[in-house]
Design a binder for this molecule. Structure first.
Ligand SMILES: [Zn+2]
Length: 662
């Protein structure tokens, strides 16, 4: 009998049939069948190699493997059945290990490299050529082009980097410290916050987790207590991680040396849209130049607030432990938006219906609920997405929290679109979110930032489902890391457009449209501090680049000195001696010369959105062009070319600057 975690071509997935046995069986079956397919590809005689029997066969192997992988992964994070979740999470590492084996399979590399040298391959162009080149490069980034002893050296370096990375992250996540404060120093925080942190002796213990740290920095009246907490927060893992970070940089340098790159950033950017560190440096510097005056205005606004609240009328600086506090007061006094009131205009069902409607109007897409589909939970709904009267993809909406469910919001890809000999395999995905559940008294009301989250994830969903890529490896969201957030950040803009909100922002009781005056206040507040927060992002991005493109870890100068220099040059907040921010900046481990991606893709998303603003949000031609040039392409053509094709010109930063109020 067919295993439900290995679905046939375009068949319905029977989530209700997932059991512990079926999950276990699927994992061993997919590994066994992938091994067979791998052998077949490897054993094709050199003179018979074709795109079909080597590249397309490899793509199919990966596609089928990833479908089962995704279903096991999804089950591990969303199944309401504890036994299914447990077995799925327990089996995931087996699948991960096998995926690693594939990427390190020398015979497979030789097969693909062999094909890349055939006369057939020399005649290829377009997505096929791109796929061959990319696949060979991917293997070679793993060291396959190197002589054997160099490869062994590389393996040792990579293992060492894995260990160092794990140590760096776990030192951050396991670090514990707290600030003990008295009644006076906790003044400003709400009662429920206080109660949850009160000890028997009447003092309060503020730990360093975000739910403790952020409200305290925003609301605590005591400047002294905020400063103390700030120092503690910036010293997380400062005893252990500076040495580890330095070692990580030393080993990354060894890695780039073995692979023949000048700097680690050059290695890291080689397979990104940015391509070269110089492009990122230019981007960051130009942006910094452009936002400087807004940053100063923002900063001065905080200084005025501080001055007004203090007896000392010659206030000089606002310090980093004061920014969130004064910013909050600024928002409350000058821009006062009542979030609770705004929420009443965003009832969840209206929002979902509204997003469907706006996709219809913007892109000519329509949706139909699949009432007979079987899903993993009775609250989960399934839909077909239609474009040009054809079903283009299938998706699930799993919107409410449950015990032990994944607790953020994300798009989980399930099946990637690709062409097969039976026709086009429809892409499948799920949105997994945690919006407030309706109660008897009140429907689910979404804060405006949750509406933005929903639109963001919907952007990823459209990118995954509207694909027309021939190959699964180039399908949907499988684009460069510094482009993947562009279609999602694009959608966030819609939450700030009054015509769009006119489709779904109705008061849940009176059905009254979101009043224009309230919307205008939201808009005004939107860009309070945007110059400062962008400068912060530029600082993170430049620090990451500095360490991976310029810094020599063997020199005397410490990483803290670099942090100090860059923070003072870029942000308006002076570096506080005795802090060690880099020790807990986990992204230095995760991104490694990739932190710039967030702003990079944001700039493109704003540039793209500006065309919609110019031509009219609901202009169907613009929407169709966006699908044609970008959403349908995946990585079958270069991301930069996709953007240029849509814009009809070189991209620039103007629209981004406008979006942050410049
Ligand atoms: Zn995203």
């Amino acid at each position: 009998m067919q295993n439900p975690l290995i679905p046939d071509f375009n068949s319905n997935i029977n989530f209700q049939e997932f059991t512990v046995e079926k999950i276990e069986e699927a994992v061993s079956q997919i590994i066994a069948s992938s091994k067979q397919k791998l052998d077949i590809i490897i054993n094709v005689p050199a003179e018979n190699r074709t795109f079909e029997n080597t590249m397309k066969a490899y793509d199919e192997l990966i596609a089928l493997f990833e479908t089962t992988y995704s279903l096991v992964y999804l089950t591990g994070y969303v199944s309401p059945l504890a036994a299914n979740r447990e077995i799925a999470l327990q089996k995931l590492p087996d699948l991960g290990k096998f995926a690693n084996e594939i990427s390190l399979n020398e015979n497979l590399y030789l097969a693909i490299k062999g094909y890349s040298q055939t006369s057939e391959c020399k005649l290829l162009n377009g997505f096929k050529l791109k796929f061959v080149k990319h696949t060979v490069e991917e293997f070679e980034r793993n060291g396959f082009a190197l002589p054997k002893e160099k490869r062994e050296e590389l393996k040792i370096v990579k293992d060492k980097l894995t260990d160092l990375g794990v140590a760096f992250s776990s030192n951050i996540s396991q670090y514990k410290d707290q600030l003990i404060v008295n009644e006076q120093d906790i003044e400003g925080l709400p009662d429920d916050y206080k109660m949850a942190r009160k000890s028997d002796n009447g003092f309060y213990s503020i730990d360093l987790s975000y739910p403790s740290y952020r409200p305290f920095m925003k609301l605590a009246k005591s400047d002294k207590a905020r400063k103390e907490l700030y120092v503690k927060f910036l010293n997380r893992a400062s005893g252990t991680n500076p040495t580890i970070l330095k070692e990580i940089l030393i080993y990354r340098n060894k890695k780039k040396d073995i692979l023949g790159f000048d700097t680690y950033a050059k290695y890291a950017l080689d397979d990104k849209m940015a391509k070269l560190p110089d492009n990122v440096w230019k981007f960051e510097n130009q942006l910094l130049e452009n936002i400087r005056s807004k940053m100063k205005t923002d900063y001065n606004e905080l200084v005025v607030i501080k001055k007004n609240l203090s007896n000392d009328k010659i206030v000089g600086n606002v310090y980093p432990w004061q920014s969130s506090y004064y910013n909050h007061i600024l928002l409350k006094t000058k821009y006062n938006v009542d979030d609770e009131l705004v929420k009443e205009y965003f009832e969840l069902n209206n929002v979902i219906k509204g997003i469907f409607q706006l996709c219809e109007k913007m892109f000519g897409i329509s949706f139909e609920e699949k009432t007979t589909a079987n899903t993993w939970h009775h609250e989960v709904k399934s839909y077909n997405l239609l474009f040009d009267n054809k079903i283009r993809g299938i998706f699930y909406l799993d919107l409410f929290p449950r015990d032990d469910k994944y607790n953020h919001a994300a798009m989980f890809p399930i099946i990637s679109g690709r062409s097969t000999k039976n026709g086009y395999q429809l892409p499948v995905a799920s949105l997994v979110c945690n919006f407030p559940k309706p109660t008897k008294e009140r429907p689910s009301l979404m804060p405006h930032n949750e509406v933005i989250t929903m639109l963001h994830e919907f952007g990823h969903l459209l990118h995954h489902l509207l694909t027309e890529a021939e190959l699964a490896s180039q399908s949907g969201t499988s684009v460069c890391l510094d482009f993947v957030e562009t279609p999602s950040q694009f959608m966030e803009n819609l939450a700030w457009n009054y015509d769009v909100l006119g489709l779904f922002a109705f008061h849940y009781k009176t059905n009254e449209k979101l009043p224009k005056y309230l919307f205008n206040k939201m808009l005004e507040a939107q860009n309070v501090g945007s110059g400062i927060s962008t400068s912060q992002q530029i600082f993170y991005g430049m620090l990451d680049m500095e360490l991976h493109d310029k810094y020599n870890p063997d020199n005397e100068i410490t990483i803290s000195e670099i942090v100090k220099k860059l923070q003072n040059e870029i942000t308006p907040f002076e570096y506080l001696d005795g802090t060690c921010f880099e020790a807990s900046f986990g992204h230095l481990n995760g991104y490694a010369a990739g932190y710039y991606s967030y702003l990079w893709s944001k700039v493109f998303s704003e540039d793209i959105f500006s065309v919609f603003e110019e031509k009219g949000i609901f202009n169907p031609e613009t929407g169709k062009k966006y699908i044609d040039c970008i959403l349908s392409k995946g990585s079958s053509i270069d991301e930069e070319d996709q953007i240029k094709a849509f814009l009809g010109r070189e991209p620039n930063q103007k629209a981004f600057l406008k979006s942050i109020g410049i």
